[in-house]
Design a protein around this ligand. Structure first.
Ligand SMILES: [Zn+2]
Length: 242
């Protein structure tokens, strides 16, 4: 009898991590430029390569698992899942590749998702088709869509170019599926979500919260993301992710 009680208690004990992970918090971070601020645009959108390296080192040394949306379904199977995203497809995101190459180890495989504006690919300060191919071949990056021209999607009527053409152009360049969309300016409404669902499986906002699965309708189209800024200290960063 004692034996059965033991087995019963043991299975309850084993059940706990599963229950806990069902409600797990997943931080999804959003970055733009990884570069020294050069005086143009908003300084807060620049994270220096030095700070970025400190942040990724923190994640590595604290046992985080970096995921991309291809592996979204693995989030409950890994320890401390986190997603890193980069909007706008700036050329200086090459610094991300450099940091990842430096910090990769047998225990730590860096991953990130870059949301590119498809009509801007190859512009002087943006990643080129060749850059994108190198990124994909590195195994670190998933290249996804940030629309074709970066409009406020709540203010347009013709979604086909922004959503469908953008997806197809990126797929032609990388040879990989494009199934996630980051809404420009984090701007969305019901109509935008309805249009996004025609071509994408995920939609990302900039609502500054951790993701917690609630089981509500269309929740994969309302992903919150937290900005990492120029002024974010490593102590702030630790607070965001832990
Ligand atoms: Zn943007």
């Amino acid at each position: 009898m004692k034996k059965y009680l033991f087995i019963l208690l043991f299975s309850i004990f084993l059940g706990f991590p599963t229950l806990a992970s069902a409600k797990q918090h997943v931080p999804i971070l959003v970055y733009h430029s990884i570069a020294e601020y050069n005086g143009t645009g908003s300084k807060e959108l620049y994270v220096t390569p030095e700070n970025f390296e400190k942040q990724i080192t923190y994640l590595r040394d604290h046992g985080f698992t970096l995921l991309s949306f291809e592996h979204w379904s693995d989030r409950s199977k890994v320890t401390k899942p986190i997603l890193l995203t980069f909007d706008d497809g700036y050329k200086n995101n090459k610094n991300v590749l450099t940091v990842f190459q430096k910090l990769e180890s047998s225990h730590f495989k860096p991953k990130a998702t870059i949301f590119v504006i498809s009509d801007f690919i190859g512009h002087s300060n943006r990643l080129s088709p060749t850059d994108l191919k190198i990124f994909v071949e590195s195994g670190y990056f998933s290249i996804q869509s940030h629309t074709a021209t970066h409009p406020d999607l709540t203010k347009i009527n013709n979604y086909e170019h922004e959503l469908k053409d953008s997806k197809e152009r990126i797929e032609r360049i990388t040879g990989k599926p494009v199934f996630a969309l980051s809404y420009p300016y984090g701007s969305f409404n019901k109509k935008v979500v309805q249009e996004t669902k025609k071509y994408y499986s995920f939609g990302l906002t900039t609502t500054p919260e951790l993701f917690i699965e609630k089981g509500i309708k269309d929740e994969l189209y309302y992903f919150p993301r937290i900005y990492v800024k120029n002024s974010t200290t490593i102590a702030d960063f630790a607070k965001i992710v832990d």
